[in-house]
Design a protein around this ligand. Structure first.
Ligand code: GUN
Length: 302
């Protein structure tokens, strides 16, 4: 069997078109567009490229976008004051502080300073609580887990009663995707197991999974014989395993590998996400969706 590929690049385009249309409709009816501020501290190359992509996507969708670059040396107090300014700014619906932050700044304090109703990353403890409660309490699911759920739904995979095994317990992916899949409702209602570094016999857990979500950050961790034939495999791992010369530009580029042995796994799974081009493109897409949602909550039309 050769698995059907779930391509994030294609699903992203579908969702962005839907958002673009909704932005136009809301603008015509309410005279408002979603406002997103991206705060970047310093010039970490990976952060700069993520933030650039976020701005480009927001602009394409017709959002009001503010790019607020701050020097590496900004004090914690000044950063907190900046966040407070955007908390009060009526034109801003989403505040994103690009992580990681320099060592002299306490990330927790910064996340806690963002108004939970503008926390489109879904990292604030209030939003973590809302996710745990679920249903109408849920406002901003974290972007990567929200993207994973969207991919599973759009691939037409049955989640109700399905055995979902999540490998990895991070606050950004493992814990929130487990919570999302556990909720009642469409695209969820699953029986969820979270496996992690202390799990005994990881293989036996993976073998039970109808939907296997791997976010461990270990290249090739999941072996093909751990996959149940026909299962849906979502590989969240993006591991740099080396460098190669790009055929297009001649420049050195990273060789990326997922947490799943893709070539062998695709012969057993029913559905699988590639790396790159799988889960990756969904994160920024869902950030845009959360920012639109934030405006809709404010307008009372969500
Ligand atoms: N750094 C890497 N990924 C993310 C993300 O999703 N949100 C924020 N704020 N920073 C990040």
């Amino acid at each position: 069997m050769t698995a059907k590929l779930i391509k994030g690049t294609e699903i992203r385009e579908e969702i962005l078109k839907e958002i673009e249309q909704e932005v136009k409709d809301i603008k015509a009816k309410h005279g408002k567009v979603p406002g997103l501020v991206t705060i970047l501290v310093g010039s970490n190359p990976a952060s700069v490229s993520y933030v650039t992509l976020k701005i480009q996507t927001a602009e394409r969708l017709g959002f009001h976008e503010i790019q607020d670059n701050q020097p590496e040396t900004i004090s914690e107090a000044d950063l907190l004051a900046l966040i407070e300014k955007y908390n009060r700014d009526e034109s801003i619906n989403g505040i994103l502080v690009q992580l990681p932050l320099p060592k002299h700044i306490d990330e927790k304090k910064v996340i806690n300073a963002i108004d939970p109703d503008k926390d489109v990353d879904g990292f604030h403890p209030v939003n973590v609580g809302r996710l745990m409660i679920g249903g109408s309490e849920l406002k901003f699911p974290p972007c990567t887990p929200a993207g994973i759920q969207e991919m599973i739904m759009r691939a037409g995979i049955e989640t109700k009663g399905a055995e979902v095994v999540v490998v990895g317990r991070s606050n950004i992916v493992g814990k929130p995707i487990a919570n999302l899949m556990l909720q009642k409702g469409p695209g969820a209602n699953s029986t969820v197991t979270i496996a992690h570094t202390a799990t005994r016999d990881l293989a036996s857990h993976c073998k039970r999974a109808d939907i296997l979500i791997v976010a461990a950050g270990v290249p090739g961790l999941v072996k093909p014989e751990w996959i149940k034939p026909g299962a849906c495999v979502i590989d969240v791992g993006v591991n740099r395993v080396g460098e190669k010369k790009s055929e297009k530009t001649g420049k050195m580029v990273a060789i990326l590998r997922g947490d799943v042995d893709f070539d062998a796994a695709k012969e057993i799974a029913g559905f699988i996400t590639p790396v790159p081009g799988g889960v990756g493109p969904m994160t920024i897409t869902m950030l845009m969706k959360n920012t639109l949602k934030s405006l809709k909550f404010k307008l009372g039309i969500a």
